[in-house]
Structures are given as structure tokens and as C-alpha cells.
Write a protein that binds this ligand. Structure first.
Ligand SMILES: [Cu+2]
Length: 331
């Protein structure tokens, strides 16, 4: 837990950071303002994108390609690169990250079970890196052993089948591991069941992460999808009555657990996306590297808060809102 705090309250309330009588109860929730536009990453875009579908077609063609195979599955080819890059994690707070493709989290990879994944990885960063995927694969594709480190300027091709169906992740496995992961080298790997197409669901990718801004092995800023309080400022808009699926991943380093709590409703939580009978809850706790698929439907219009139920994390940025609205009618 954070010893050194960047107290969110100190940045808000029109500049009076003190606790005088007039402002004693004048605390807003979290940060004020927005981070600058970033050409690599926006929390609003990231939450609903995978396989680079946030890019325009020409840009997407350069990093992603689908090729049908005779058995009806797809070969999915990705271009990944590691890049050292400063990112803005709260308004005015910059972090010297190591990124996949310039963004933290890295691009979400999504396939259907049985597809073939091929990721060409180029290390354009200043340290050795790898991509270690969770899921079934041969040891030589694991990206974890000393001789599997990809040196700066070098490249490697990871190739394996999308197996099993579920919610997985990928991350760098160079040492020191906690630093390589924490610096930003991680992302989400979704494998859909062949008999469970997304259909009418609204699907959201939510990665619980945090940042140690003073390198004391404790986090000072917490978030879902990197930017503290991003969804307090710009709520995630959802439709009343439409099923919502959340792909929730915990990649928080240094703290043993993180959690997701949703106000005013419950969800079915399917750990790793592989349980036969999901649990029903309004709070789910995940260890480092754990993930869960959450299914729910908003019943009423309005704003629903969500946050870590570790209050400290919530107050340091890990808090947001869903805004449920009546679905638009075309007629
Ligand atoms: Cu690394």
C-alpha cells in the first residue's frame, strides 16, 4: 500500500487544498480535469476495442491481419513492438512507461478457440523484453526463460493456438519481473468460445492497474485502464436492458489483491471465464494476474459507481461511473 500519497483531494476543489472550516466538507471525488489527448491510447477507446479495431483500416492493416483457414478457423497475425514512452496517468502526472505499441495496457488480442495466433514482436525499447502469454502453448513459445529474452533491436515470433476459451492475459517476463510488468508491459488476451458469439452484448475491457511513481515498490496512483478517475470524468455509457459483459483483469503490481465493486446491482462472475457455474456477487477480489468475466444488465437509468473496495485504491484513482441510459430507438 502506498506510503507516499498524492492525495486526490489536494488537487481539487478549485485550488483550496487545505482543510479550513469553509472547505472541510468540500471534497470532490478524485482528480480534476482531463489528461491530454494521446495518439496511442484513450481509456474511452480502449474499453471497447480489440484486434486494433480502434484504428482506421489502413493503419490496422499494418498491424493486424486475418486469414481464413480450411477448417473454418482464422490465422490472426499481429505486429507488436516494445517502446519506452512517457504516459499521462492522471492530469499532469506523467510516468516513464515501457509499453507494447505505445500504450498501457497493450492492445487487446481477441480470438475464437481454435484460431491460430501469430505475434511478431520487435523490441524497440532499451531493455530486454518478451511477451509471455497465458494459455496452452509449447514451452518454446513461453517467453520466460533466460534464452527467450528478446534483446533491444531484436525480434521474435510467438505462435500458438487460441486455447482454451476464457479470459487470459499477456505480459513481459524479463527480470526483474515486477518492474517489467509494472512499467506497463501487459495486456488482455480474450479467447471466445465457438458456441458463444458476442451477439447483442455490450463488451468492456477493464484492466485494474497501478503506478509506482517514485519507485519505492509501492503504488501512488491506481486506476482501471491506466488513467486515474478517467471514467469519473467521462462515464462509461451503457444501455438499460442490454446485457453487459466486463472482461476484468488484475495486473496491479506490489499490492497482493485488487477488487471491483459495483453499486446498486449484482453480476455473475466467471473466474478465468472457465467456470461451469459462475458466482453471483457485487464485489469480486482478484489476486495479481487473476481475471474474471462479469455479466450483468442495468435495470435503471442513472449513474452507477464502481471502484476497488480497498478504499485507499479508490481514493487514489481507482473509481469510475457507468451511466445507464434508455436504449435509442431508430423509429
Ligand atoms: Cu520487459
Amino acid at each position: 500500500m502506498a506510503r507516499v500519497r498524492r492525495d486526490a483531494g489536494a488537487q481539487e476543489s478549485g485550488g483550496h487544498a487545505g482543510h479550513g472550516a469553509a472547505s472541510a466538507h468540500d471534497h470532490g471525488l478524485g482528480t480534476v480535469g482531463r489528461v491530454s489527448a494521446d495518439r496511442f491510447f484513450s481509456p474511452m477507446t480502449f474499453v471497447r476495442s480489440w484486434n486494433f479495431d480502434n484504428l482506421d483500416p489502413a493503419a490496422r492493416d499494418r498491424v493486424y491481419k486475418e486469414t481464413p483457414r480450411p477448417d473454418g478457423t482464422l490465422l490472426r497475425e499481429y505486429q507488436f513492438f516494445a517502446l519506452d514512452r512517457e504516459i499521462e496517468i492522471a492530469p499532469g502526472i506523467f510516468y516513464p512507461a515501457w509499453t507494447y505499441n505505445g500504450q498501457v495496457p497493450g492492445p487487446t488480442i481477441r480470438a475464437t478457440e481454435g484460431d491460430r495466433i501469430r505475434v511478431r514482436f520487435v523490441n524497440m525499447g532499451s531493455h530486454p523484453h518478451t511477451i509471455h502469454f497465458h494459455g496452452w502453448h509449447p514451452p518454446e513459445m513461453d517467453g520466460s526463460l533466460p534464452d527467450q529474452q528478446v534483446m533491444p533491436g531484436q525480434s521474435f515470433v510467438y505462435e500458438f493456438d487460441a486455447d482454451p476459451a476464457g479470459l487470459h492475459l499477456y505480459h513481459c517476463h524479463a527480470v526483474p519481473l515486477k518492474r517489467h510488468i509494472h512499467k506497463g508491459l501487459y495486456g488482455v488476451f480474450i479467447v471466445d468460445r465457438r458456441d458463444d458469439p458476442p451477439g447483442e452484448r455490450d463488451e468492456l475491457v477493464m484492466v485494474m492497474n497501478a503506478f509506482d511513481t517514485n519507485f519505492d515498490n509501492e503504488n501512488e496512483v491506481y486506476a482501471v485502464n491506466t488513467v486515474a478517475n478517467a471514467y469519473m470524468v467521462d462515464p462509461i455509457r451503457v444501455a438499460v436492458g442490454r446485457p453487459v459483459r466486463i472482461y476484468l483483469v488484475n495486473i496491479t503490481e506490489f499490492d497482493l489483491i485488487n477488487s471491483f465493486h459495483l453499486h446498486g446491482m449484482f453480476f455473475e462472475a466467471n473466474r478465468t471465464g472457465m467456470m461451469r457455474s459462475p458466482e453471483v456477487a457485487d464485489t469480486i477480489m482478484l489476486c495479481q494476474g487473476e481475471r474474471a468475466i462479469l455479466d450483468t444488465t442495468f435495470r435503471y437509468r442513472g449513474d452507477y459507481m464502481f471502484h476497488a473496495h480497498q478504499s485507499e485504491f479508490a481514493e487514489l484513482g481507482w473509481m469510475g461511473l457507468f451511466r445507464a441510459e434508455e436504449p435509442r430507438r431508430d423509429t
